[in-house]
Design a protein around this ligand. Structure first.
Ligand SMILES: [Ca+2]
Length: 288
């Protein structure tokens, strides 16, 4: 073998390894969006939130998703990551070779299985619903849900706590963009698998806020408020009705003169007071 042959062999081995690493990356961390060719298409007609609360919407639907691996390592695989947000909530697992691919399933030997979805923007998440695979509800055990790497919820490690449609909420409301489901504290290789058919992430519809999404935003120029706290974004302040002021219009104006404008939306001050009430807030005892 000449020196040149040796160089060619080294290059060949190097590029072969590079190609394999690339293939493994593409295979093991499969990123996709609902509507791509590989996910079997999306189902429209999204349902209302848990308990039939139509003030909540599912912001995971059709968003970009990733998964750590796809069962099996060779041959016909589980659906790609995005089939867990494609609107198909059926519990019977179908592979991509069948119509209506619906569920994800990580490789049995995946020691760090996870699935995640990028919501595309920040939201404060109120509830999350996971649709189990028929006959494998126990695979929800030990799922750890994080939002932008902050822990939202750890599902119990026992295998008897789950139903086909499992709805949970963060221990405290968390705001973020990337919602990740991984496995913690599970050693049984069959339970450790990430295997579910749909994940719905519920937030208040634009213009609404609160735990039950039953309060309306009060921001200038109809800018929507934070979907949980109701706070208006910087530079857009509340406008209030019914003689109220302050954050989310929770304060009541004093005895402003009815002929003047309502009190200041920031500090409640009046331009003039009724009777002999004292400026600026026209509250307290009337001055005789
Ligand atoms: Ca699905």
């Amino acid at each position: 073998m000449t020196a040149w042959d040796g160089v060619r062999v080294v290059f060949c081995v190097f590029f072969t390894m590079l190609l394999r690493v690339h293939e493994m990356r593409a295979d093991e961390v499969h990123m996709c969006s609902c509507g791509s060719d590989t996910d079997g298409g999306c189902v429209a007609n999204q349902p209302c939130g848990p308990g039939g609360n139509c003030n909540k919407e599912n912001v995971a639907y059709g968003k970009q998703a990733e998964i750590s691996s796809r069962y099996p390592s060779t041959g016909v695989k589980s659906g790609p990551a995005c089939v867990a947000v494609n609107g198909r909530t059926g519990h019977m697992m179908k592979f991509p070779s069948e119509d209506g691919t619906n569920c994800v399933h990580t490789e049995v030997n995946d020691n760090d299985p996870w699935w995640q979805v990028d919501l595309g923007q920040n939201y404060t998440v109120t509830d999350i619903t996971i649709y189990s695979r028929q006959g494998e509800v126990q695979r929800l055990a030990g799922i750890r849900i994080t939002i932008d790497d902050k822990e939202c919820k750890k599902l119990p490690p026992d295998t008897y706590s789950y139903s086909l449609n499992h709805t949970t909420a963060c221990d405290t409301p968390l705001r973020g963009q990337v919602v990740k489901l991984s496995k913690v504290g599970i050693t049984d290789s069959q339970i450790k698998i990430i295997n579910f058919c749909e994940v719905q992430i519920w937030v208040c519809r634009p213009g609404l806020f609160g735990q039950n999404c039953d309060q309306s935003c009060h921001c200038r120029s109809n800018v929507t408020c934070d979907n949980y706290s109701g706070k208006c974004p910087n530079g857009n302040f509340s406008t209030c009705e019914n003689k109220t002021y302050g954050e989310n219009c929770r304060e009541q104006c004093g005895r402003c003169d009815n002929s003047a404008a309502a009190c200041d939306v920031f500090n409640g001050s009046c331009q003039a007071c009724q009777g002999n009430f004292d400026l600026p807030s026209c509250t307290g005892r009337e001055i005789s």
